[in-house]
Design a protein around this ligand. Structure first.
Ligand SMILES: C[C@H](O)[C@H](O)[C@@H](O)C(=O)CO
Ligand code: MN
Length: 420
């Protein structure tokens, strides 16, 4: 039941937006259909359940020691359920291979759909979709900093087989859940210092990917994505899978290109890439993140870049071809809260974009009336978007405004702090 004050504020906002031809009821219907893929790895600092003793490698890092990280698949699922209870809409969970839920000791190249059966059952119960990622890091076979581009044929074979197995698991998710799974390949391969031979590792990566993707999979079940990066910890000088590498590979082989907000030069933004990429690809995967001076994977806030990503997706009608995933990990705050803040903000950015007078702004620009373009854009920043958001949360039965914080605190007290 929507509180009278929320309803009244919504009605007033609705009337204001209607003056610009924006139908807020229609906007909220469209918003409810958008799925955000919430990454499981925020819940346990990218540790996973296979090889739990392994340190996190691959040039990524999690800092902080906030209590309550999930230690088992059951705990992680409970934490995800708590987060989803505070986020409007029905979404997806993005799993990494190391989150297999099995009592078997299984190597990455031997993984099968059966090792994720409990995740699938749970996703069905919860009405969620699943996405997937091979885990090409935190493993003995990645200790040299190379995986799919490793010069050693045996090591390369191990990672090829792991990625092949991952696509089959993705297809199983898609088929079981009736929602396409996006399986995203990211490898950390690179050199700390300036290499002599930049070409050979890239040739090997290309050959490995060709093998990984050789078997056709029904796109209704699984879509492949490839994720580039500029640098990582320990791969500062050179990353094999650079942006240009995967732009080329993705376009030539019809793979989704994954744009991670933290994987470019610090002043480069992914929002500005969408309208170009969309002209040449059949689909895009986003890793919405917040790079603080480097690929720091901070929880996303409603900052200019997040708003701009939302605008680009909405203004150019790219929501149908874009898969929106999150990629941040902060262990210095409550991990459930991290998911809630980042996911709610991503949805808010889309809503804000949908509540802009897009046609009027495009028309002003076309006519060279940059005064109106600027003035209208700025005035809309103080339109009552919050009233529409509150109404959306209330109508989706999730807490309005900051009310959710109390629920996270109670969960922390009753559940998270009881973990060792
Ligand atoms: C854990 C993720 O797969 C990882 O963050 C990857 O997507 C990435 O962005 C590496 O920097
Ligand atoms: Mn990423």
């Amino acid at each position: 039941m929507t509180e009278p004050a929320i309803q009244q504020a919504y009605e007033a906002a609705k009337a204001l937006y209607a003056q610009h031809g924006i139908d807020t009821d229609d906007v909220l219907k469209k918003l409810a259909a958008i799925k955000i893929s919430m990454h499981c790895w925020q819940g346990d600092d990218v540790r996973g359940f296979l090889n739990r003793g392994q340190e996190l490698t691959g040039g990524i890092s999690v800092t902080g020691n906030y209590p309550g990280a999930a230690r088992t698949p059951e705990e992680l699922r409970a934490d995800l359920e708590q987060a989803f209870a505070l986020i409007p809409g029905k979404h997806k969970v993005n799993l990494h291979a190391i989150y297999a839920d099995t009592d078997e000791h299984v190597e990455l190249d031997q993984l099968e759909p059966k090792h994720y059966e409990r995740w699938v059952e749970w996703a069905k119960e919860q009405g969620l979709g699943l996405d997937f990622n091979p885990t090409c890091f935190s493993h003995e076979n990645s200790k040299d900093g190379f995986t799919l581009s490793h010069p050693d044929e045996n090591i390369r074979r191990f990672w090829i087989d792991h990625c092949k197995a991952s696509r089959k698991i993705g297809a199983y998710f898609g088929e079981q859940l009736g929602q396409t799974c996006v399986t995203n390949v990211w490898v950390p391969d690179g050199f700390k210092d300036n290499p002599v031979d930049r070409m050979s590792p890239r040739k090997r990566l290309k050959a490995s990917l060709d093998e990984v993707f050789a078997e056709p999979i029904d796109p209704r079940y699984n879509l492949d994505a490839v994720e580039s990066k500029l640098f990582g910890l320990g791969s500062e000088a050179y990353v094999v899978g650079s942006h240009e590498f995967y732009m080329g590979y993705g376009l030539q082989n019809d793979k989704l290109i994954c744009l991670d907000a933290g994987h470019f030069h610090p002043t480069e933004v992914i929002s500005n890439k969408l309208s170009s990429l969309a002209l040449f690809t059949s689909g895009i995967l986003l890793h919405v993140s917040r790079p603080m001076r480097w690929d720091s994977d901070h929880v996303v806030i409603l900052d200019d870049e997040l708003l701009e990503i939302g605008r680009e997706l909405v203004r150019h009608d790219l929501l149908g071809v874009t898969h929106i995933g999150l990629d941040f990990f902060d262990a210095s705050i409550n991990r459930v809260a991290a998911w809630v803040v980042g996911t709610r903000n991503t949805i808010k950015a889309l809503l804000r974009a949908m509540l802009e007078p897009i046609e009027a702004l495009k028309q002003a620009e076309l006519e060279g009336d940059y005064t109106t373009r600027l003035a209208l854009t700025e005035e809309f920043k103080s339109y009552p978007f919050g009233a529409v958001w509150d109404y959306y949360c209330a109508s989706q039965d999730v807490p309005v405004r900051e009310q959710w914080i109390q629920q996270v605190k109670a969960y922390e007290r009753d559940v998270l702090l009881a973990r060792g």
